[in-house]
Design a protein around this ligand. Sequence first.
Ligand code: IMP
Ligand code: MG
Length: 385
Amino acid sequence: MQGKVDCVIGLCFGDEGKGKIVDYLSKNYDIVARFGGGDNAGHTIFKDEQKIVLHLIPSGILNSKIINIIGNGVVINPIAFKKEVEMLESLGVDVRSRLIISDKAHIITPIHIATDLDNEKVAKIGTTGKGIGPCYTDKISRNGLRVCDLLADDLIIKNLSDLDLPNISEFIEACEYLKMFNIQKTEILINEYLNQGKSILAEGAQAAGLDVEFGTYPYVTSSSTTTSGVCSGLGISPKKIGTIYGIIKAYTTRVGNGPFITELFDDVGECISKKGQEVGSTTGRKRRCGWLDLDQVKYASMICGVDEIIMTKSDVLSGFEKVKIYNNGQYSELQGWHSLSATHIPSEFLNFIEVIESSLHIPITTVSTGVGRDDIVKLEKQLQK
Ligand code: IMP
Ligand code: MG
């Protein structure tokens, strides 16, 4: 039997909790693969009450049975990569034996970072300043530097060392470090794995609202964050795509600039921000908070072909007298709930879920009820009780 590539895709503006969901789902998979973005992402996972933030390395890395792949669609900052590997190794994670890197992934250089920061002075997108846009710009304009170039030609690294940039020696050292990892034509490997019947989970970064094609352009990131990005970012046919999980929070957040219809500027927004600890895990910026924007979720689900919805951070909305959902250009107000946990799902929350499901015509199958690895519940079981 041919294996499939199931996908975890954020449906709003990022930070939907994809890291935790990938960590939760990954026990059912042989391989976890990142298909796009770079260290602009911040995927937070709690392991034994320890907070681990991953930026570049797939969220399956904590599981010793899983092969993790950084696909061709990803852009790699070697300095950030080295730091992340060292952080994981200090926690006893054997990264080297579990990670395979595409030879076609592009390299973020110090020049890309300087250009990103420079562009921001004019464009004011509110980027993460990680050099993502300029790196993808060079990729599309055929001026990019790829992982295979580092392997093929020592001259490239030598030429880079002649550049007059403050951290160039750190960059060169990190490139040499990256070269020592398991680098392969991952598109061939992935298709071989599928032929062997292995299961793959594709881990999205950012989200549909930040997609370069279908996001709130120009306030977007520079990659394809939707399901089509899985095919181009890993080298698989659309026919190989299996279940598509769309991830949403019980409310909406956005970090950086750009339109945000349901943004709250009052005490409610402040309360959600505090309870949800809505601070960017990559840049430390405060995230903007607002009610759930179902119109965005509906649009993103259509573009991504979502089969199932997984909702995170439902516990953060506990304690509000009323909660709101934005749908078809207007708000509806629903009864709130006092408390919620994996073992206690109140009827008001189930009503909130049903209203969303009936509008989207997509089932919400799983709900995350807290930061811990056990704070998660399959809803069908809950409903059957
Ligand atoms: P860039 O990806 O650094 O170019 O930033 C472009 C936009 O995407 C900015 O609004 C960022 O705040 C946003 N962004 C990029 N990565 C993430 C993420 O992982 N979570 C949330 N927002 C992100
Ligand atoms: Mg994040």
